[in-house]
Design a protein around this ligand. Structure first.
Ligand code: GDP
Length: 300
């Protein structure tokens, strides 16, 4: 978590410092509140969430005697944490030990970091002593299967891949079938995220899920969102939500943005937790998401 704090703070300190500076400035006039709103909007909290946060702050400051810098800081921290659903269970569905592999589908628009996240997740699980199989069901992007294979070799996982242009669902099925046969603990399926049309995506991803379910239950559907794409990430979340039941979100590239505020909106919109964050391109750059650490990093 210290690592998360260090990485985030480099890019996000300015947001937090800006807010604390404004809030700590004594009696707040309308201009000051407007600036506070602007700061939250810039951090990608979106209009509705910004309004909620500002309303809470205004009310609390008016009705409670929040005066000192430390009190303001605590109020801001707590208000932000409260809007991140601290009650959510963010653990990945427990890996079964009855011999049937857990199945995780990794979904999202191309370029968001699906393949990288799948590799990093495999690394975490292998390091935890689990036997992992990777399914390269992103058969549309030529390099995706190679990339996943490289990850598999690097972390010590098996990989099942199809021919380029093969039906993603058949590759996913083969991967899960192989995982059941060899008795791995989990099969992580990297899917194609072609957002050509919503019905196209629905057909493709829906089929992947249906086909896998012929073999065994799907335990997690993790939606990967690139934090640097701001409001686009929210739009993607809406589309994927309509197509498949998302069980958790992975917010990637948080190391390169001050726009991590999208996390507030994505969780609110989907009603599911952000479970993991990507903090870089390396194998160890995947961390659990916790509202407290995130907000602490945001506020510097
Ligand atoms: P996919 O098309 O969704 O499978 O995306 P990739 O996994 O190929 O990732 C796209 C690019 O983003 C690659 O260059 C990755 O190294 C990079 N990437 C993925 N996750 C992160 C992250 O958390 N931080 C940073 N800085 N780069 C990332």
């Amino acid at each position: 978590l210290d690592r998360l704090r260090g990485r985030l703070s480099r890019s996000q300190n300015s947001v937090g410092q800006g807010l604390l500076g404004l809030l700590g400035a004594g009696d707040l006039d309308e201009d000051a509140w407007e600036e506070i709103e602007d700061t939250l909007i810039m951090a990608d909290l979106g209009a509705a969430m910004t309004q909620r946060v500002v309303d809470t702050l205004r009310e609390e400051i008016a009705t409670r005697q929040v005066r000192t810098e430390a009190e303001v800081r605590d109020l801001l921290r707590q208000t932000l944490i409260d809007n991140l659903h601290p009650e959510y269970d963010r653990s990945l569905k427990a890996l079964p030990n009855d011999g049937t592999p857990a199945v995780l589908l990794v979904v999202g628009v191309n370029g968001t970091g699906k393949t990288t996240t799948t590799g990093k997740l495999a690394r975490v699980l292998v390091a935890d002593g689990r036997a992992i199989l990777l399914g390269a069901a992103d058969t549309f992007r030529a390099a995706a299967a190679d990339q996943l294979q490289t990850w598999a070799e690097r972390v010590g996982a098996e990989v099942v891949r199809g021919k380029e242009g093969a039906d993603p669902a058949s590759v996913a099925f083969d991967a899960v079938a192989r995982g059941v046969e060899t008795g791995v603990d989990a099969v992580l399926v990297d899917t194609a995220g072609r957002l050509h049309t919503k019905t196209g995506l629905m057909d493709e991803l829906g089929k992947v899920k249906r086909v896998v379910e012929k073999k065994t239950e799907v335990d997690e559907v993790l939606l990967v969102i690139d934090a640097t794409t701001g409001q686009n990430g929210l739009m993607q979340a809406r589309v994927f939500k309509d197509v498949v039941d998302i069980t958790g979100v992975v917010l990637t590239k948080l190391d390169g943005t001050a726009k991590g505020g999208i996390v507030f909106q994505v969780q609110h919109e989907l009603g599911v937790p952000v479970k993991l964050v990507g903090l870089g391109e390396g194998a160890d750059d995947l961390a659990p998401f916790t509202p407290e650490a995130f907000v602490n990093a945001l506020l510097g």
